[in-house]
Design a protein around this ligand. Structure first.
Ligand code: GLC
Length: 651
């Protein structure tokens, strides 16, 4: 080994002991493979170690634990298929692959998009036509029977839902997608497993070893202490954070539904189990893990038990494990938390840039809907300007709709800064998007009315929330046109912000709410199924008909996607600056770039708005050229006239 500089001496000693312990796994491997593994250990063992030692370092068995872990990494590395090892090298050479301006994600329930895993392959042409090179296959691993929170209660992480296929099908589909240039992402639910997972069943049968995989209490004393500071995620259908199991005579920590048991990450055995699973799935060809509900992974009395520093330690260690054994893989954190908490999922301080590659930009999504309802961008501009800087090595996942509800994450401080009341604005947004506000164009539904805080989250499809459902019902062509402009405004924003735009299935053809979920007993109580429709392939067949709304949306989106690919300024490595131009209806974004700055202009109102062209000339744009329409824009009269819901990417 060489290049000793990266490892502290004590850590080097641990690595050497660990590699010695992993020798049986490494033996028999081709020499070059073994050398690559050792080089990657040299590079990332420090990150791994620094993530693990704050959480497990004081345990007497820490040394042995690290050795077992490294042996596990070596075992999976050895089992890694040759094609994936080559991809590893490709990604070592191009570690910024997921930041490229050509990246475009598409998110769907496998069953609802294509029937089953093999069905997905029949729709690759459709995905390619859109320009998709990343798919999030939802609801893939085997969930519990019956209610399962849309697939987020996993009974077996090494198996696929039998209705969709089996683990070999997953491998096959990942391989075929990869050959067509599409990376597959699946969920890895880290915070909890299903109550019928083998670990939970063993725990329920009283096996102490498995009871330690969970948080279990004899009586209410500790749970009551925790509850004092704990919020409720599903106050309507799963109030409280603990569930009593009479057969065990124990309270089990269940942040989400009663059948989702929180895993005890203070137990290093849980860490080892999850690494084993993660690398197993990576070797099946999964390229991106969406790490579900990570904010909740560490509990601390007296806090809301979210975003604890140990969560970032664990995520850093998981990240390092992937970088050593399966380097092609990227990690995407699902932390739907406030901006100040969110930034830590990319790593701050000692974790800087080491935690996740990708994280959802929940705030951008919330601010999009807020500005659209109020026709006012001031809260959005203020909130986004306050956002902490992100490391240059990451990418946001930018989205306007996903399979979950919209929670109005608007802080009191941000609201007050622009003269709003937080509670009143949040109440307005809930009224607006549930269609109760007079004159609202939106059709949505309330999800989880929290009677203690008054919060009402919102469900609904992009098209319905943007006004298409109502417009079609009224047969009002002007309203249809406006709603399409809103949909394209949102898509231009997520494609032009910087990050990986994540399109949600059906939004590309303006699919509206699906009210049939109420007839399925296991879904009826959960209004999120309103916007989890079955793909309507008949509608999709109208995507080339520019007279139909499906075709107008699809074509508009394709123009945006095509422009994005040819706009290097949209590479995620460059920062987004939100400009304060003092205009209440416009959002103006700047992306400085060595090839020249890009200025994005977005109009959030149904009236035309003037932007002082001095804003553009101050940034060197005297003759602005719009990447979206491939035309120069007129600034000759000292102003740039932006039409209703207009969007521009000016260079
Ligand atoms: C994530 C999922 C959501 C699920 C929750 C619990 O937030 O997106 O659908 O309910 O985790 O697993």
């Amino acid at each position: 080994m060489h290049n000793a500089s990266l490892l502290a001496p004590e850590v080097r000693r641990r690595l050497e002991l660990s590699l010695a312990a992993a020798a049986p796994e490494l033996k028999g491997m081709p020499k070059r493979d073994r050398q690559l593994f050792e080089l990657r250990c040299e590079r990332f063992f420090q990150n791994l170690h620094d993530g693990l030692s704050p959480i497990y370092g004081r345990r007497a068995d820490f040394e042995a634990f690290v050795q077992r872990l490294v042996a596990m990494l070596a075992r999976h590395y050895r089992a890694r298929p040759e094609a994936l090892k080559l991809l590893d090298i490709e990604r070592d050479l191009t570690p910024d692959w997921f930041q490229h301006e050509s990246m475009l994600g598409y998110v769907f329930y496998v069953e609802r998009f294509a029937g089953n895993l093999h069905g997905v392959l029949e729709h690759v042409d459709y995905l390619e036509e859109l320009g998709v090179n990343y798919v999030h296959l939802m609801y893939t691993l085997r969930p519990r029977e019956g209610e399962n929170d849309g697939g987020y209660a996993i009974a077996d992480y090494r198996d696929v839902d039998p209705r969709l296929g089996d683990i070999d099908d997953l491998e096959h589909v990942c391989r075929k997608l990869r050959q067509r240039g599409i990376s597959a992402c699946i969920d890895l639910v880290l915070n909890h497993c299903a109550d019928d997972h083998a670990w939970a069943r063993a725990a329920a049968q009283g096996e102490a070893r498995y009871q330690d995989y969970f948080y279990m209490y004899q009586d209410r004393a500790v749970p009551d202490e925790f509850e004092k500071a704990l919020p409720e995620v599903f106050p309507d259908f799963a109030p409280g954070n603990f569930t009593y199991y009479p057969a065990m005579e124990k309270w089990v920590w269940t942040t989400f539904n009663a059948y989702q048991w929180d895993l005890n990450w203070t137990n290093p055995a849980v860490f080892l189990e999850m690494v084993d699973i993660m690398l197993f799935l990576a070797n099946k060809g999964v390229e991106v893990f969406r790490l579900d509900a990570v904010a909740f992974m560490w509990k601390r009395l007296g806090t809301d038990c979210q975003n604890q520093p140990e969560v970032h330690d664990i995520l850093q260690a998981l990240r390092a494990a992937s970088r050593i054994a399966t380097p092609a893989v990227a990690h995407k954190a699902e932390a739907i938390v406030s901006p100040d908490d969110l930034i830590h999922y990319f790593g701050t301080g000692r974790h800087y840039g080491k935690v996740s590659n990708i994280a959802y930009h929940n705030s951008l999504m919330v601010q999009f809907w807020s500005a659209l309802a109020s026709r006012d961008t001031r809260l959005m501009v203020h909130t986004l300007r306050e956002f902490p800087r992100t490391p240059a090595s990451i990418a946001w996942g930018t989205y306007i709709r996903c399979h979950d509800d919209i929670g109005w994450a608007v802080t009191e401080d941000d609201a007050a800064a622009v003269g709003l009341s937080g509670p009143a604005h949040r109440a307005f947004l809930s009224d607006y998007y549930s269609g109760q506000f007079p004159g609202s164009h939106a059709r949505g539904a309330v999800f989880q009315h929290n009677r203690k805080t008054g919060d009402r989250r919102i469900s609904g499809a992009l098209a319905s929330l943007a006004g298409l459902e109502l417009a079609l019902e009224l047969g009002d062509e002007r309203l249809v046109a406006l709603s399409i402009e809103r949909i394209l405004l949102g898509n231009a924003l997520i494609c032009g912000f910087g990050g990986i735009p994540l399109l949600y299935m059906g939004d590309e053809i303006g699919m509206t709410n699906d009210y049939r979920y109420t007839s399925l007993p296991e879904n009826a109580g959960d209004s999120r199924w309103l916007h989890r429709p079955y793909m309507d392939w008949e509608k999709a067949a109208r995507r080339h008909d520019e007279g139909a709304h499906e075709g107008r949306i699809f074509a508009g989106l394709k123009r945006i996607v095509r422009a994005r690919r040819h706009t290097p300024q949209l590479n995620s490595a460059y920062a987004t600056d939100v400009l304060d131009v003092g205009h209440p209806h416009l959002l103006v974004l700047s992306r400085p770039h060595p090839l020249g700055e890009l200025v994005g202009v977005y109009n959030f109102s149904e009236g035309a708005q003037d932007l002082d062209s001095g804003v553009l000339s101050a940034r060197g744009l005297n003759q602005p050229f719009d990447q979206l329409t491939q035309a120069f824009v007129d600034v000759s009269r000292g102003r740039f006239n932006v039409p209703p819901y207009g969007r521009y990417w000016l260079i």
